[in-house]
Design a binder for this molecule. Structure first.
Ligand code: ADP
Ligand code: MG
Length: 239
């Protein structure tokens, strides 16, 4: 569904080069809940940005449904990103001046013309309210982010990520700023979305227990996906 082929990415700041991804290959299967783990600085966020077309690789390709998406023209790439990917982050990135409901509606406001928005605003608002209910936040529609707990902010961010009906949810350490129990609740919500709605999820996490609960775990090391020890590997066959 979503494929990374031979991705290379080096950051340049002044004369300093930081090679991060060095020929990374990864295939995300439709409907799977995939975890990405690896040391801090191993390139997990960089990989999510490239998969979600927020940034472009120096070399290699990203394909979605078999079509190359990393080299699309900027306007096409923006539209594809809006329609295809939902993002959630460790620090939520909600707009502080907007209510939770308005934050959830924001991606729809961006993707419509003014007239389109005015014409559909009631239906969209209803959909946003349904999503708020889906994530367990019906009682917090009109609260602003500073009036919400961390778990509630992440729930609002999840509803916002879902408003455009994305095919893939990209989650960058979504529990990294939450206590253990709240983190577990958020991951349990992600599992529900994965199982009940068939949402494909790629999640970066530092939490082993949380990673172990997902369908598959890949580890980044030295700019690539560390090869799993397959049952057919000669190493295992020998022992
Ligand atoms: P992770 O998410 O696994 O902690 P990142 O993908 O955020 O790792 O970063 C990988 C490396 O690239 C780090 O060494 C980081 O300092 C560097 N890096 C990330 N973003 C930039 C940037 N915009 N400019 C320069 N260096 C960056
Ligand atoms: Mg990161």
């Amino acid at each position: 569904m979503l494929t990374a082929i031979n991705l290379h990415k080096t950051y340049r700041k002044d004369a300093i080069l930081t090679p991060v991804l060095r020929g990374l290959d990864l295939e995300v299967l439709p409907g799977e809940f995939l975890s990405i783990v690896g040391m801090s600085g191993s390139g997990k966020s960089t990989l999510l940005h490239l998969l979600g077309t927020l940034d472009r690789p120096d070399e290699g390709e990203v394909r979605f449904d078999g079509k190359r998406i990393d080299d699309l023209r900027a306007d096409k790439r923006d539209r594809l990103r809006n329609e295809t990917f939902g993002f959630i982050f460790q620090f939520y990135h909600l707009l502080p001046e907007l209510t939770a409901l308005e934050n959830v509606l924001m991606p729809q406001m961006i993707s419509h013309s003014v007239l389109g928005w005015l014409g559909r605003r009631r239906a969209l608002r209803r959909r946003a309210e349904e999503l708020m209910e889906r994530v367990g936040l019906s009682h917090r529609l009109h609260h602003r982010p500073r009036e919400l707990s961390g778990g509630e902010m992440q729930r609002a961010a999840i509803a916002r990520a879902l408003i455009n009906r994305p095919r893939v949810l990209l989650a960058d350490e979504p529990t990294g700023n939450l206590d253990e129990d709240t983190g577990r609740e958020i991951v349990s919500l992600l599992h529900d979305l994965n199982r009940q709605d068939g949402l494909t999820i790629v999640m970066v996490t530092h939490n082993r227990e949380i990673a172990a609960g997902t369908d598959r775990v890949v580890r980044l090391h030295a700019g690539r996906v560390e090869s799993p020890i397959a049952l057919s590997s000669p190493f295992l066959a020998e022992t």
